[in-house]
Design a protein around this ligand. Structure first.
Ligand code: NDP
Length: 398
């Protein structure tokens, strides 16, 4: 009998609740808790089986400990915001609850995406006999599992890794982000960074561009080099990798809006004084932009996220591409969310299942690529994110 507490009732929390509720034999008891309980109730009302909801402030550690001690879940699934990660890890340690999330901790006043704050919990989790699974969405998450699968089954050595995230969907809005606007814009407007020959190389934001021909009818789209958090954990856990990069597609329209917003200061994350009160421009912008969960019924088209890998197998060079295609409208029809939330929430559910069923459960703080990819890869095919692997002859991003 397993009980989970899901923290966060945004786009991703909704998908996690749907997918966990579909698997009653694994997730026997589900509590969906977030800051605004009405959002939890709205999600609960969409489900075929009853779950409980609650109002919590994840940043209030003593109150969270009390809540967890009263609920006694086996696992806490954190799909609130990255700012809550450390507070929820602290609460889990004190209440004796396993932990997992989909995004690494970020200090609210500094857009730095680094694992060291969470890796520092290694000894505490080990000593407590508890597991913390980090970054189990799609990217980070499935991209790390794709890489681990490739290394286990197709390569003796991986030299070059390019993670490619394409959203070819269209929501028809002049400007909107597909997940939390604050987190999304902080990520996109940060400097690009990639790993090469044992060191980080930095690029100006969105200054490196390539056109990639995406499969299954998506076709050519421009994509931009960005920093993404799984580059840090993958190059640590697979130190043989000579170069690791992350690419994301953006439409010209998205980039034009972003440029203007940046130029006028609307993406700043430092507080400014306005009419006698302090506001953070990016947080104000978030309040003006469409709520990502409202884009679900409007979004059409596909996503294609995957890994293009070069290396060696049996003494011969090999090139390999593995990806998932998701369709925004199909995701909405199943769980009332577009594909960005879907592709994050399904892996979160599978990660939770891996822990609760014992495939991955072990004390300590873990990134997904450190764990056996096989049962997870099988579940991706089973629960809505089928993958395709190919060995293209000549795809070059150089
Ligand atoms: P949303 O902004 O839609 O939802 C976040 C939810 O967290 C909201 O319900 C919010 O409450 C709640 N929340 C925020 N602060 C607190 C708090 N202090 N206490 C309790 N609840 C709180 O975000 P998304 O659903 O789009 O994203 C969720 C997470 O998933 C983020 O960490 C994001 O970075 C991650 N993500 C990971 C991806 C991956 O592939 N790995 C891809 C996309 C997202 P309220 O409704 O009151 O604001």
């Amino acid at each position: 009998m397993s009980k989970v507490v899901i923290i966060g009732a945004g786009g991703v929390g909704g998908v996690v609740a749907h997918k966990c509720a579909q698997l009653a034999d694994v997730f026997h008891d589900i509590v969906l808790a977030s800051r605004t309980v009405s959002k939890c109730d709205a999600i609960a009302a969409q489900l075929d089986r009853p779950i409980r909801t609650a109002s919590v402030d994840a940043d209030d550690v003593p109150a969270m400990v009390e809540f967890l001690k009263a609920e006694k879940p086996d696992l806490l699934i954190n799909v609130a915001l990255p700012y809550q990660d450390l507070h929820l890890m602290d609460a889990c340690l004190e209440a004796g609850v396993h932990y997992m999330d989909t995004a690494n901790y970020e200090p609210p006043d500094d857009a730095r995406f680094e694992y060291h704050w969470q890796w520092a919990y290694q000894d505490k989790f080990k000593e407590a006999g508890l597991m913390a699974l980090l970054g189990c969405g799609f990217d980070p998450g499935v991209t790390g599992i794709f890489t681990a699968h490739a290394r286990k089954h197709h390569f003796d050595r991986i030299d070059y890794l390019d993670i490619i995230d394409c959203n070819a969907g269209d929501h028809g809005q002049p400007f909107a982000t597909n997940f939390n606007p604050e987190i999304n814009i902080r990520e996109v407007s940060a400097k690009g960074r990639y790993w090469e020959n044992g060191a980080w190389q930095e690029t100006d934001p969105l200054s490196v561009r390539h056109v990639f021909d995406f499969p299954e009818g998506i076709g050519e789209m421009p994509m931009y080099l960005m920093y993404h958090e799984e580059l840090e954990s993958l190059t640590k856990h697979l130190p043989e990798i000579k170069r690791a990069r992350f690419w994301m597609t953006f439409s010209d329209n998205y980039l034009k809006h972003l440029e203007v917003l940046e130029n006028v200061g609307m993406t700043r994350i430092d507080p400014v004084e306005f009419n006698g009160q302090e506001i953070v421009p990016l947080q104000f912008l978030k309040a003006l932009l469409p709520d990502p969960s409202s884009l679900g019924p409007l979004t059409k088209g596909k996503t294609c996220i995957g890994c293009l890998i070069r290396g060696e197998k049996d003494g011969k060079p090999r090139q390999y591409y593995i990806y998932n295609i998701s369709d925004h409208e199909a995701c909405y029809a199943e769980v009332q969310s577009q594909a960005i939330s879907y592709t994050t929430g399904v892996p979160a559910m599978i990660g939770a299942k891996m822990m609760l069923e014992g495939h991955w459960m072990q004390p300590g703080v873990w990134n997904v690529e450190q764990l056996d990819p096989d049962p997870f890869m099988a579940d991706l095919n089973k629960y809505g994110l089928p993958w395709v692997e190919t060995t293209p002859e000549s795809v070059s991003l150089d």
